[in-house]
Design a protein around this ligand. Structure first.
Ligand code: HDD
Length: 707
């Protein structure tokens, strides 16, 4: 099957069916859906046209409010398979039996942009999983970054107002690169760690299938013996973690704003089911005490070098939704959808989330009965005394609607009456204290982990962070905001601050600004606690490279560009090997139809140079054949394919012996480069495949200035 949905839909005519008649919503069959009822063919429309009225009425109310954050998303159905049960930590049924399978629905999202915005914004990605367990629904509402901007949920509306488009003119769409976000970040030093992740390549993933997932907040597990543990949830993609580069992200946003959505859809349609290992990082109460940061603070990560991750099963996505609105848009996640054996910690961000998610579904979906929508309905039967409300669908029969009651046999019973106490129980932790609006001093170090994150990156990882800060702060028009943020950077890492300050034409501040200290002092007594900061630590697990998979080109997309006079023999060899490796090779030429090879045979074109683009592919293959390459060298767009692939550090294969495209493109500027492969023999094809598997040749970017 071809790896492209528009093509699939176009292939072959749909068979004619005569078994479904058009009806109104009331089931009345409709004979004419093209003309309104009128008084004479040229006369006015009649008010009695109930069929027209119903059609327009429904259309007028088709839209519902988009999510206040995470509006742009894509979802898929799948299954979670448990390999390593953990009954010693949790009594949750779906975590207790080897081989247990639990249906899931996953929705990926960007945070800031509206529903129609680009997939490739620099942004955090949502990674929300609905587990339909036999004991009820468990929602793991996580992100692809393990920390968060703020520590207390009360600041969430401020954060979101600041990062969303500015209120005067709703500009810019789906971007943090503007005054209000950086103003907020510069005044709230607790954002420092998360901002560092946001400026890293994590915020521009190559694919939803190639990003990690994190529950972010600390949760608790409760076992059958009543013992509790702290837990962090992790998801690790089988295809490794990969990103695009910023210039590429910006171009993809124009060429195909649905890039991630389409990538997910096509992979599932092609049977390349995306998979992640689900892991738990479990801490006893004693281990919690041994860490030098607070695990209730969502701006902190627990490096896996300190507490290892135990991988317990696999999440697989294997079915696309039948209808985007009914499923992906109407799915309603809530961190408070829990099952027995899992509970919350006292993380003040998580505690606030518990209020927000239920609340928001009411304004989005319009009814407390949103749980009855097919995508939100638990797979196990539900029985309770909740009644009525807009759009109620269940029809309760022969039951009481109050508790306790003695009619209908008294059902439903509480679980502890039914089965000796197997229902949901909160972890019986002691909670006593004076009512107080104050931040714990243990949340006060905002810089150690930000510095650790930066220093744990490879050379290219650091360069990309420097570039991202320079871009984002460069878009800030208020100089005082730029300078104030440089103050935060100067505490995180002097070298980073110096590089960015230089590009902004500003001096490096000597520590935090007065305004920053003033704001933080409203939250913390004795701020800044700079003496607590520990600089210079590194953890390999915080770098992208640690999570990369360099063994496979499975599901990667390669562009083969050619025109008349190409080398068919070489193309066939390449095609066969790419296919064997589970990747896709698209043939792209200057026009559609059959293109004639040097030998006179023809090949069918998948796309033209203008309907696709270099940035939509993982690698480029310029098919051999002198006449073909000479003509391509004279086509500006073909040269752009080469220049962009080169600039974005992709593997490039050049077939045959012609030097024409090398001379016409920036290839002539690059001296030795292991990911530019001349295809002369079958072995060269193998080298090309290995280079694609490497994802990018970052050395090229470090050695040349191609941007
Ligand atoms: Fe949130 C949606 C993830 C903090 C309030 N959030 C939402 C979604 C994800 C997250 C993935 C989209 C779910 C979907 O696909 O429908 N949010 C997070 C993470 C957070 C976090 C990982 C930090 C640990 N969120 C957070 C806070 C609040 C909210 C502190 C408010 C106090 N989030 C919401 C919301 C949303 C939402 C307003 C919008 C749409 C929705 O809930 O259903 O309630």
């Amino acid at each position: 099957m071809k790896n492209d949905i528009t093509k699939q839909n176009d292939e072959g005519a749909a068979p004619v069916r005569r078994d479904q008649g058009l009806t109104s919503n009331q089931g009345t069959t409709i004979a004419d859906d093209f003309n309104t009822l009128k008084s004479g063919v040229r006369g006015p429309s009649l008010l009695e046209d109930f069929l027209f009225r119903e059609k327009i009425f429904h259309f007028d109310h088709e839209r519902i409010p988009e999510r206040v954050v995470h509006a742009r998303g894509a979802g898929a159905h799948g299954v979670f398979r448990l390999m390593d049960p953990i009954p010693q930590f949790s009594k949750a049924g779906f975590l207790s039996q080897v081989g247990a399978e639990t249906e899931v629905f996953v929705r990926f999202s960007t945070v800031v942009g509206s529903r129609g915005s680009t997939d490739l914004a620099r942004d955090v990605r949502g990674f929300a999983i609905k587990f339909y367990t036999s004991e009820g629904i468990f929602d793991l509402v996580g992100n692809n970054i393990p920390v968060f901007f703020i520590q207390d949920a009360i600041n969430f509306p401020d954060l979101v107002h600041a990062v969303k488009p500015e209120e005067r003119n709703e500009i810019p769409q789906a971007a943090s690169a503007h005054n209000t976000f950086w103003d907020f970040a510069s005044l709230m030093p607790e954002t420092a760690h998360m901002v560092m992740w946001l400026m890293s390549d994590r915020a521009i993933p190559r694919s939803y299938r190639m990003m990690q997932g994190f529950g972010v907040n600390t949760y608790k597990l409760l076992n059958a013996q009543g013992e509790s543990f702290f837990v962090k949830f992790h998801l690790k993609p089988k295809l490794g973690v990969h990103s695009v580069v910023w210039d590429e992200a910006q171009k993809i946003s124009g060429r195909n704003p649905d890039f991630h959505r389409q990538d997910l859809w096509e992979a599932i349609e092609n049977g390349d089911y995306p998979e992640w290992d689900l892991g738990v990082q479990i801490l006893t109460n004693e281990q919690e005490q041994s860490l030098d940061f607070d695990i209730l603070d969502a701006t902190k990560v627990i490096p896996e070098e300190l507490i290892p991750i135990q991988y317990i099963g696999t999440l697989q996505l294997n079915r696309n939704p039948d209808n985007f609105f009914a499923e992906t848009e109407q799915v309603a996640f809530h961190p408070g959808h829990l099952v027995p054996g899992i509970d919350f910690s006292d993380d003040p961000l998580l505690q606030g989330r518990l209020f927000s998610y239920l609340d928001t579904q009411l304004s989005r979906l319009g009814s407390p009965n949103f749980h009855e929508l097919p995508i939100n309905k638990p797979k196990n039967p539900t029985h309770n005394f909740r009644r009525d409300g807009a759009m109620r669908q269940d029809i309760p029969k022969d039951t009481g609607n109050y508790n306790p009651h003695s009619i209908a046999g008294g059902c439903p019973y509480l679980s502890n009456v039914m089965s000796g106490g197997s229902g949901f129980e909160s972890v019986p932790a002691a909670a006593e204290g004076r009512k107080i609006r104050k931040r714990s001093e243990t949340f006060g170090d905002h810089f150690s982990q930000a510095s650790t994150f930066y220093n744990s990156q490879s050379e290219i990882g650091k360069k990309h962070i420097q570039d991202a800060f320079s871009f984002e702060l460069g878009k800030v028009t208020r100089e005082e905001v730029r300078f104030r943020y440089l103050g935060i950077l100067s505490v995180v890492d002097k070298e980073l601050a110096t590089i960015v300050a230089d590009r902004l034409g500003l001096p490096v501040p000597d520590g935090l600004s007065e305004e920053t200290i003033q704001t933080a002092s409203q939250i913390f007594e004795n701020y800044p606690a700079l003496d607590k900061i520990k600089l210079g630590f590194t953890y390999p697990s915080l770098s992208v490279e640690y999570h990369c998979d360099f063994d496979t080109i499975k599901t990667r997309k390669i562009a083969a560009i050619l025109t008349e006079g190409f080398d068919l023999q070489e193309l066939k060899q390449m095609q066969a090997r790419i296919k064997e490796e589970g990747a896709t090779l698209d043939i792209i030429a200057d026009k559609y139809g059959d293109i004639i090879a040097a030998t006179g045979e023809t090949v069918k074109v998948d796309y033209t140079l203008v309907t696709m683009d270099s940035v939509l592919y993982d690698a480029l293959y310029v098919v051999g054949g002198n006449a073909s390459q000479e003509k391509l060298a004279s086509i500006k767009k073909a040269v752009c394919y080469v220049d962009d692939a080169l600039k974005h550090n992709k593997a490039i294969a050049i077939g045959g012996n012609s030097n024409a495209l090398v001379q016409a493109s920036d290839l002539r500027l690059v001296e030795s480069d292991k990911a530019i492969v001349s295809i002369r023999t079958a072995d060269d094809i193998e080298v090309f495949i290995q280079r694609i598997a490497q994802h990018r040749n970052w050395q090229r970017e470090l050695a040349n200035n191609l941007l």
